[in-house]
Design a protein. Structure first.
Length: 153
């Protein structure tokens, strides 16, 4: 899930994501929406909500989602849109808004076995583990939500 974070020394809780358009947010850091997955997701979500045009001029593209979070923590940005899982480890940033799973983009972490894999059977066992309940419990402990399993090919 995506989350909007603000500096801890200026905590704020949003009642709506539309609050990101407040002029008080002069610099809004996101991963570069042309190259960084979190930035691509953030832009898609903001476009869906009809907010992208209102804030596009204030967006500060960063090299990674962690760089966007760091911009808020250092005070270089007034807000950032990051993954909720990254916001959980922030030391000097507070979550102002979490995008609900049903409204936000479906964030995926793909995995595949390469044709050139040295041990395709071991790779398959690892993928099977990642799809299982034991791994799901670990992912959930760290703030990830389980998605529906993809159809077999």
């Amino acid at each position: 899930q995506l989350a909007v974070v603000v500096p801890s020394d200026r905590p704020r809780t949003f009642k709506s994501v539309r609050e990101i358009t407040d002029p008080a947010f002069k610099r809004i850091a996101i991963g570069d929406p042309a190259a960084v997955p979190a930035g691509v997701y953030a832009r898609q979500y903001l476009q869906q909500e009809g907010l992208w045009e209102a804030i596009a001029a204030r967006v500060v593209p960063t090299s990674s989602v962690r760089a966007a979070l760091g911009a808020v923590e250092s005070g270089a940005a007034d807000a950032a849109i990051v993954y909720r899982t990254d916001a959980r480890v922030a030391l000097r940033a507070t979550v102002a808004w979490v995008v609900s799973a049903d409204r936000g983009p479906r964030i995926r972490y793909p995995a595949a076995i390469l044709k050139s894999a040295a041990d395709a059977a071991a790779a398959q066992r690892f993928l099977d583990y990642l799809r299982g309940d034991a791994a799901a419990r670990i992912f959930e402990r760290f703030g990830f939500a389980r998605a529906a399993a993809p159809a077999a090919r």
